[in-house]
Write a protein of this length. Sequence first.
Length: 1018
Amino acid sequence: MFIFRFPPWAVLALTSAVCCSGASTNDRFSSDIDPGTFQSPSAIIRPRFRYWLPDPSVDEQTVRNDIQSAADVGAGGVEYLPWYNAGGFLSPAPPGDDWGKYGVGTAAFNRLFEAALEAHRDAGTVMDFAIGPNQGQGVPADQNDEGLQWDLVPFSIAVPSNGSFAGIIPGWGTGDLLALISAEVVKRIDNSTASSTAQVPHTRLVIKESSLTDRTAEVSSNGHLSLTYPPTPGQHTYWLFAFYQRLTHAQNLIYTSNQTDAVVENGAYMVDHFSSRGAETVIDFWEKYVLNENVRSLLAEVGNYAWEDSIEIKSNISWSKSLPSVFQQKHGYSLIKYLPLIMFDNNNIAMQSSDPGAVQCVLDTSDEGVRYVNDFRDALTEGYSQYLERLTEWATTDLNLQMSAQPAYNLPMDMEATVPIVNAPECESLGFMDNIDGYRQFSGPAILAGKRIVSNEMGAVSMAAFRYQISSLLWSINRAVVGGVNQFVIHGLSYTGNYWATTWPGYTAFSYFYGELWSNKQPAWDHGFADFLEYVGRLQFSQQAGPLKTDIAVYNKQSATDASFRWQAGNMTQLIDAGYSYSYLSPENFGLAQAYVGNQTLGPDGPAYKALLVYSASNITYESIGKIRQFAEAGLPVILVGGDPSQYVTAGAASHQNFTDAIARLKRTKNVFTVSEAELIDKLASLHLEPRIRVQANSTWYTTWRESVSEDIQFAFVYNDGQASTGHLVVSSDKSPYRFDMWTGLSAPIFEYQQAHGKTIIPLALEANQTALIAFGGPSVPGLREPAIHAVQAPSTLQGYKFSTNSSDSVELHVSAGPSDQPLVLSNGQNYTFPPGRDVASSFILGNWSLTAEHWAAPANLSDASQIASKFNTTHHLDALVPWTQIPSLANASGLGYYSTSFEWPPRMGSADGAYLLIPQVLHTLRVKVNGHQTPPPDYNAPKVDIGPYLRAGRNDVVIEVPTIMWNYIRSIFDRIVMAGYPPLISITDPGHLPEPVDTGLSGTVQVAPYVKWQARL
């Protein structure tokens, strides 16, 4: 728990040149955007909401109001997403609706799109927009458009034991025959593969490589084939493998009207994600149907990102019609003969983990043919890169905006190779499962490439609709930040008006499967949610100020990024425990313009990695060995951990001997070292490669270090990922440290620290999940004033302090009751022992609470979904503060709790000049009033409020306002709720098993901790 207190004068106004409110096409830190100030970040810096627009049939004024409401609570705008019940996957258009009339690109769609842009202009915010409905995976298009999604459909059959085949080849008519391949199978195994849900059975065939033969030319025009094979030894057999390419006609908006010639009235189709042709289909649609002169003008004024969600397309084999030519151009040989090797586990490896394919073919070679699979995935990555490049070119050059996407993960590609392509790469808390190490795999390439933004779709949680609490959201946000994320798009903002065949509480995206549904129908919205968003906005301000300096780069090459983002090549705990920050790089990132060595660091203007680690369990490409050797020769320490790495195989790779020789040359290169894992930390120390922020704590603390590009200031962010703990930060800076309070926007010099040998040592005490933001600033930074004195040691009874507003040589200390465990030692050598002649009054617990519960319930007319709630009050006397679920009359209630009590002041025993109010950890949001005065928002993970300025002699009244989540009430009427014409899907898929009620309200003990003031002077 922090003990620092900040005076009103300490409001930092870091400024830069003011520009338009929208995005610059410059995606670097040199961008000329206006960031605002730390206390009040500009709209483009603040978090935004994903806004689920049900469809354009909804009320325009309500959409405008929703956007304004988001701005009112501190959001920087919305990501505008026409949802259409997940494109019709969750349910079709509800009774009365017409997705032909209200489809994407229709007059109704365009009118509402313009209205949303106008609403952002009026609110002073910025707008992102999905490039298609649902998740942006496609657009309305002609069914014969070759820019739509392609699939490669495999079929296989064993040739009869007599070795003769005469008949129609398998799968004939499925699509255009791309190839018929025959092969001799030397072994057949009935196998199974573990998926996320079960063991998946499949047939594993071991193929004799020399037998692979292209028989396509032997197939007649009607699909007939006749051939005879010579006898085979033992159990060997021959198999035929047929491959058909076809347009899937898969829709991301499932709808077909009777207007067969009207493109915009017939839903939307997934586009080809593995060629620029798919991007052209997207662009053609927007240019033809949406981007009129007024829309372009509004986008120029308030537009930010054109955006696409994670790729949630399914297939048999990830494919594009152009892929064979891309493959040939990249690798110098034809893919066709090796198609049997890619027919397994090359579709959507996340969504189709339980359906990787029925047959897996491997070769009778040492690598089982993996080299050809790697080449295929490399070509697939190339095709996808061309898709992203074309969209990014369109967004930046034609629209003067930027492109954001959630690139590659879910599909069999190297995610890290594609991250730098778009302007603002985005990951997500759901798919990454709040995995810090996974975030580091994503953020490393973006940081090296100099991207200003690493975005995150934040807060999608299964079975959390109306039951997701801010404390959980903060936990996810803080973990993402230490993983390299610096922008959040919160999942999500709900449309608040009426919708077809939908009861209160209104339109609910995902039909209650996922949370959260933020709007003014959540009690927290107008009762503390803004305090939370201010915290996030100021956090983003600090993390967008400059590049994330990172201690260590870790080599990571995967042909297909693990869908669970597991890193198994090394034990990273030892790096974390020693305080080193790190992120991952693919060798594909070594070709970036920023991937050079300067001042003995990799990417000196960006992450400035101090060393590159290559673990023995990693597979290293032959080509990257030369690049790594260049890094080492330029002065970058390269450490091979655990021994020599293995070779990443490709068909064109060097021989094993050449690879071994290249590794040997690398090891002989200056600045290249080989150590065991156990020796790694000692080796880093012996090379004088200190972490920028060394952590010494009895829990796991993560840190980030950002260096502002516009001011002489650096930000150290600290997050305690464990239980309450104490420790020290050893920071590689001798500038004066300042605490920036992300909850209040105030800043003040840190009182207790030591400096020596160019380092600053700062003691901290952090509660579970608590964070701290510490700035190190030079004298040129406006608003920062270095005090003449500070403490190098302080007793535990020092609970807070306040520097003088008009003198740099005076500080007011707040001293609480308790034994003096050590003296106060100032930087000028003076020593003081507390208490200095005064007995401080002891802390006391507040009791005799009265709870006024403002119930939020369904309106009398349940069909009126535009109503916020029907409200009424009940009063409860509480002997102890317990969750509402433990108060029988409130167990199924939701709403607002007003907890009130009083105490007498001053205390009868001991001295007191003021007091702190100590509150249990905040589950959702919270606001405090003392004698009618609203206090500044406390740190939700360590709520401690200085109430000294509000105290008066005699009776003092305390009111703590605590909103709840809505689920506990909604759950009690769930059988009456209808969403878009259907019962909520969670009540259908698992009837009788709704998510449990959630503990809400204020629970635990609230204390008053008196203090005396003591003035320290030079």
